[in-house]
Every structure is written in structure tokens, then in C-alpha cells.
Design a protein around this ligand. Sequence first.
Ligand code: ADP
Ligand code: ZN
Length: 588
Amino acid sequence: MRTPLHILTSVFGFPAFRGHQQEVIEHVVAGGDAMVLMPTGAGKSLCYQVPALCRDGVAVVVSPLIALMQNQVEALNQLGVRAAALNSARSFDEVELIERRLEAGELDLIYVAPERLVLPGFLSLLERCRLALFAIDEAHCVSQWGHDFRPEYLQLALLHERFPAIPRIALTATADGPTRKDIIERLNLGEGRVFVAGFDRPNIRYRVALKNNPKDQLLRFLEAEHTGESGIVYCLSRAKVEETAAWLNAKGYAALPYHAGLDQGVRAANQERFLREEGIVMAATIAFGMGLDKPDVRFVAHLDLRMASDAWMAYGLEDVGKLSQFIASSQASEAQKRVERGKLNALLGFCETTRCRRQVLLEYFGETGAPPCGNCDTCLEPVAKFDGTELARKALSCVYRTGESFGAGHVIDVLLGRDNEKVQRFGHNNLSTFGIGTELAADQWRSVLRQLVAAGLLSIDVEGHGAFKLTESCRPVLRGEVKVDLRRDPLPAKGKSRKESGKKTATPLSEPGDEALFQHLRATRMALAKAQGVPPYVILHDSTLIEIARRRPSRPHHLEGIPGLGDSKRDRYGDLLLAAVMEFEAAE
Ligand code: ADP
Ligand code: ZN
């Protein structure tokens, strides 16, 4: 009996499907095409792995990243599933062996790099095999609007022509409107069903902080909530990555750098350590982390403004300028630049919103109607709004009077009536707007200007070195026909994050003894992982160890129904786990 649920429980050891998994799986098992948009960690892999085991034949999984392929195959082999990977890391003999197993029908899943899949020889090999399905992982790679376009993905459209009867499932975590449309068109998935789900992640708390002293802010965030945990700190530039990693090391964290400028070997070694060890903080540019499957990543912090705002992000107006500059100076086509600018504006809107951050984020990914989450910074501490029409008009007219040729610093000098050399040189001390803004401090004016950019009333001119320009939509504001609401930015409160430090998120184990047993089980797992040369979570997840620590099993049948402990893993590790519990209890 090979129903999806049976496979889920007996092979994977999970009691129930999550979110839309069941719907997707039933659709694909029945032979339908599908496009699945779920954020990383939501459980996309099961959406093709379970159908692969339900349907006859081998499932062909296209994946662009060798390291991730390797991880998946190791994890599947641990579960007793017959899986292998074909990529450039394989020797000639290995390839031959795998291809022979493939043709003999001895594999349930074969992972292949896209460039190999489309080789004529490989395609005709596939024609001699019984095929269960095609899974196209990281499907956004087919789109030029995505952040990781790979030309070889374009050729995957031929799967539809060559194997029209075989179901295809495309999966990605990057799924805003333009990318989504592009994937469907380019992969010829027009007939398939689209599943969008799970972008709501109640276990992530979204917070955006105003850059004040970003390093100290980051350190407080780590100390208060994430001591000893794995996480990623994203930075905009390579230099900043190096600097941040060195600085975190000096502060006693195990931090490693990752960026495209590092030697290939160093990069691979650092990624490997991050995946295999616990408690490593990776300082990285966005070159790092796509599709990473490391379930014990506890935080993602962004030291600069970034598109994927997972958890905690500090940002300032300079970042907006820098990113606009990146976009303007890139090789991309005009159309793509427009899309990128659109994303940047959406992100800025996200930062400056006075609404629930999760709502704004979900709307961006097409999920509307969600209630306020009660768990983001704006829900937890609602932002005070006030009628900022007068301030907005002052700022806008000052931009206008200074000829739309200056950035924040100079505009604020004029608003505040600072009679400095530059102001005099341009004769701006004679303007009607000179000194009309003394009711606010410079920082507060920065906040106002940022919000005007976010609201689309000002734009930042990249050719003009970041000068503000008025937009069409500011006319009604200047004429006094439209009101402008502004948020009162909280002053950088020093004492505040201390208050939060009591809420350290550790395991949900309340008994100190259970917590100690959990640590003992982790050590056992680490030894197993080292011996097999795989990451610890491939052996067993934290959640499985936590459940064991809670139950304290002493007989093999006590292990039944523990999440993440399927038949094969129970056979393999059951005795060891029971022994570890016994050992611990004897010493307790
Ligand atoms: P994605 O590919 O979407 O990033 P994965 O497929 O790697 O996510 O799944 C993330 C984690 O969630 C994995 O460790 C997986 O074992 C776990 N998981 C997925 N589906 C379920 C489920 N139905 N029950 C329990 N755990 C699940
Ligand atoms: Zn919220």
C-alpha cells in the first residue's frame, strides 16, 4: 500500500502533512503539473519526494546547487530511499554506475544538474527509463526577473515537448508577481495548478530597526536572544562582510565570512562548516544561502537594507541610495531595472509601514486578507502616527527651492537654517525655505524624508548622485489637497532591548534535567555525524531529540511515533538512542 500518508509516516516518520503538501502531492500523484511557491523551510521537498515514491518509476529532480543535491541525497539514503546525484563532482566511473542503476530501475530519485539533464545522451537514456515525474527545484532560476538567473534553465522547457505525459512540478521560494509569471511562461506550465502558501511564518518575528549603531544593535540582538545559535548576518559589501566576521570573532562568536571574492576553496570550506557545525554565525553577502536547508538556523539579520527581510534588519537612507546605484549601474535591461526598482520601493514601504509587517509582506507575495499578526514590532508596539502634512510640505518645497539637486544632508541644513559654507556658496541662505524647519532635529528630518521616499512623494536620482527629485504625486500635497500621515520613529532606546533579554528562546523543554539530556543527545548525534561525514541534522533533527528527551524512552517500542524517526532511522539509530538515554539516566 503506497498512499502518500503511508509513505509520510513509514519512510519520513512524520505524522501529518503540513500546509498544502497533501493537495500538491495528490495532484502530482494523479499526474498533474504544478507550480509550488513556498518559503524555504516550508517543506517543498516532500511535495516531490512523496509522489516519487508513490508513482512507478524514477523521479528526476533538477537542482542547480551541487552541495544541496548532495545533502538531499544523503538525507534520503538515511531514510532508506534509493537516491543518487549526477553532477560535475562525480567521476566518470561513478556516473556510469549511477546511469546503469537508473536504467535498471534501481533508483527512486535521481538529482541532476540542469546542464546535464539536457544533454542529448542523457535525454535518450531517460527515454529508456520508466519516469515518475520531473521536479524542477529553485525554479526561479529560469526567470530573468529573479536574483539567480541561469541560462541552462531555459532549456528545461523541452521536458514538456519530449515527455508530455510525465507530470512536472516546479518549486521555488522566490515568488513575487513578475517572477511567478515568468516561470509559468518559460517552463510552459500554463496548464498546471499553482499552489502559493506558507509565506506566513508565525515562528518568525519580523523586526526592522533604524540604523543607529548597527554593530552594537546587532550585538545586543545576538546576546539577548541568540547566544550559541546558528545564524546569518547579511551585509551589502564584501568589505563589510570581512569586517563584521572579524568583529564578531573578537566579541567571542564563532563567525565566518562568505562572499564571491573569497577563494573558491575557502568559500566551500566555510559553507561546509556552517552546515555541519552548530553555533556558527555566517557573515555573508547575498551570494550565500539560497535554498540552504539547515533547519537549526535560528536567526537571519540584515545589517543593510535587503530584499528578503526575514527577521531583523537595520537600515538607513544611505542604503536606499546605494541599492538604487547598484540597480542603475548593473548590466540589466531597462525592463529588469524597472522591476528591481519596484522591489526596492516595496521594500522601503515595508520598512516604513505603520501597519503589521507580516500583512505587508504577505500582500507582496499575493496572500491578502491576513489579520495583524500580533508578533512583529509594529504589532507589539504600535507606531504612533501624526498628521505630517505641514512637515511634508516644508520638506518638499525645500527640495524644490534647492533645485532638486541635493541629498538629505544639504536639504536638512537649509531646513534648519544652518548658515554653513555650502549653503552660502549656493545662496541657499536667501531661500524662502531657509530655516523653516527648526521644530525638528536633523534626525527627525531624516525620518520625514525617508518616509516621503517610501510614500513615493520623493525619488532618489541616481545619476544625480542621490539627489532628491519631486514626483508627480507630490503636487496635490503641495497644493494642500491631500494629507500625509507620518510615523513617529521611536528614539533609539538604550534600555528597551534589555527588557527583552529575559525572553531567550531556548528549547521548549521546561525541566532542566530534560534540557541536559537533550544536550547529551546532541553530543551523541554529533559523534554519529562526524563518523559518517554528514551534517548533524541529516541524522536527526533537534525536534526529534527534544521529543526523546521529553519521553525518555527505555524500550524500542517507546520510540514509535516520535516525529522524524521513520522506520529506517529507528532501525539504524534506535538502539543507540536508547543507550544514550540510559547512560544519561545512570549518571543523573
Ligand atoms: P524547503 O525545501 O521548502 O526549504 P524542506 O523540504 O527542506 O523545505 O523542509 C524543511 C523541513 O521541514 C525539513 O527538515 C523537513 O523534514 C521538514 N518537514 C517537511 N514536511 C514536514 C511534515 N509534513 N512534517 C514534519 N516535518 C516536515
Ligand atoms: Zn504584525
